[in-house]
Write a protein that binds this ligand. Sequence first.
Ligand SMILES: NC(=O)c1ccc[n+]([C@@H]2O[C@H](COP(=O)([O-])OP(=O)(O)OC[C@H]3O[C@@H](n4cnc5c(N)ncnc54)[C@H](OP(=O)(O)O)[C@@H]3O)[C@@H](O)[C@H]2O)c1
Length: 331
Amino acid sequence: MDDFRKSSATTDSFVLAKRPVGAPVLSDFKRISSPVIQELKENEVRVHGLYYSVDPAEWNVGEVVKSEVVARVAESKSSQFRVGELVIGEFPWSTESVVLSDKVRKIDIQKAFASEYLGVLGQSGLAAYFGLVEIGKPIAGETLVISGASGAVGSLVGQIGKLFGCRVVGITSSEIKMKFLTAHLGFHASLNHLSDHFSEELEQACPNGIDIYFDDVGGSLSDSVMKWMNHLSRVVICGQISSVCSEATVSGKRIESVLLNRSILMQGFRVSDYEKKVPAANLKLTEWLTDGKIESTETILRGFDRLPEASSPHMKASKLGKMIVKAEDWL
Ligand SMILES: NC(=O)c1ccc[n+]([C@@H]2O[C@H](COP(=O)([O-])OP(=O)(O)OC[C@H]3O[C@@H](n4cnc5c(N)ncnc54)[C@H](OP(=O)(O)O)[C@@H]3O)[C@@H](O)[C@H]2O)c1
């Protein structure tokens, strides 16, 4: 474990230079170089980024972008971390960072690949698990519909739904992604929400109506889904990706009467709501992953330079599962 990179004189970072309109484009980011911090203080750890999670998040303009990062310890002033160990934490998009030891967790690469700690064993896996199990409360034979189904969270929700015996229908945005969901992940049906006949196709794919709608997307897509929700069904609001970075005020048909007349439960959540249940959920997700009951889908771009590109709309349109950037000088 002594092949870690030596600290260089400067560290490179990506700053959000201006507020994106819709999904971020390359020109929304600026690369900066700054001198490295030379001397660590007590309980600080110097880390070098290895795998960077690229998420549909809103960042602050003028600040270095942050996300979950798997990194290697390059120097440590903490008794808990040794040089060479692999760790994870919410770190800046920088080649090198100095962080407090209580913001860093070790990862175990005997259990899973390092990158999987950003996806199935990270926030995506926990969001899929808690949203579906705690709010969706799946029962065998029920119909589960997922929007953003080919994404990091959606692709896991469908796989977990299958383990509970649900009929799983994924809503996605291209023929290739539809095929991936059914032929590769074994979803029972998949649909393209950009199809002119989406509503009819959804009705056909859900002959018994919808019992659980796991929503990553929101907006007009969700309005179409609400039409087919069953009595006593559940709507899990995980994300509203269609309105991230959008300033538009959305108005339209209200759904409250549908919720009322069909006794539908609609609930949003944050993974942090279930903090105490995280160890048990992680154990379950690790067990399913190790037993081959769920699989991790990742789109990995190689090269720290490619972080802005990984966030861009054209990359998002083609990616499957979790979007990750791997620092290029790690093999
Ligand atoms: N509640 C929580 O604690 C929690 C935790 C983690 C994530 N989230 C949220 O969950 C959602 C999914 O996260 P993720 O990590 O799975 O993201 P992701 O990997 O980027 O996947 C999101 C998927 O949504 C679809 N999509 C993207 N932009 C869209 C648009 N403008 N209109 C319609 N569909 C669009 C795409 O799927 P298709 O091409 O297949 O349609 C995309 O792959 C996000 O909103 C995220 O913020 C919430």
